[in-house]
Design a protein around this ligand. Structure first.
Ligand code: CMP
Length: 144
């Protein structure tokens, strides 16, 4: 398994001032930050990021929401990162998420679910490249 995944703190969570608590949970669970930025997606960029969901009933709403305000994007590193991070964030639907998970604690709803996490190593690599160039990545083993 790969050792990095891509996360976004979504616009609603940034708006509710949850950047610190969410990054705190991520680092407390042993993830190292390899790249980090506060940025905003245009509707076109959000449409591209989520193009695997194009055609689904929630797609337009998802694109609209994800381009509605600033987000935090990060590449985070830990052994078996994709699976470990999906466990930490919990079910996509916060009503189904386990106690203590980021979505259980911070998500408002299925569509406003606080954070994104890559669902495979292949998508993690694509999503990391979507947000970050090589010079914006700092391997924790080398620098932390
Ligand atoms: P995320 O991990 O960012 O990946 C796609 C997002 O689409 C997902 O989190 C949810 O926020 C959203 N999503 C998935 N399924 C639905 C749905 N049935 N209705 C509304 N939003 C959804």
């Amino acid at each position: 398994a790969g050792n990095t995944t891509l996360t976004m703190i979504k616009p609603g969570a940034v708006r509710r001032n949850l950047i610190g608590p969410i990054l705190g949970m991520i680092t407390e669970h042993g993830f190292k930050v390899e790249a980090l930025k506060l940025t905003k997606l245009s509707a076109r960029q959000a449409a591209k990021f989520y193009e695997v969901h194009r055609g689904k009933p929630f797609y337009d709403g998802l694109v609209n929401y994800m381009s509605s305000g600033p987000i935090v994007a990060a590449i985070i590193r830990k052994d078996n990162a994709v699976a470990e991070f999906r466990e930490l964030i919990g079910n996509t639907d916060p009503e189904k998420a386990s106690e203590g998970t980021i979505r259980k604690l911070f998500a408002e709803s299925l569509s406003h679910n606080a954070v994104h996490g890559s669902d495979s190593d292949e998508n993690a690599a694509k999503e990391a490249a979507f947000f970050f160039s090589e010079t914006e990545r700092f391997c924790p083993e080398e620098w932390h």
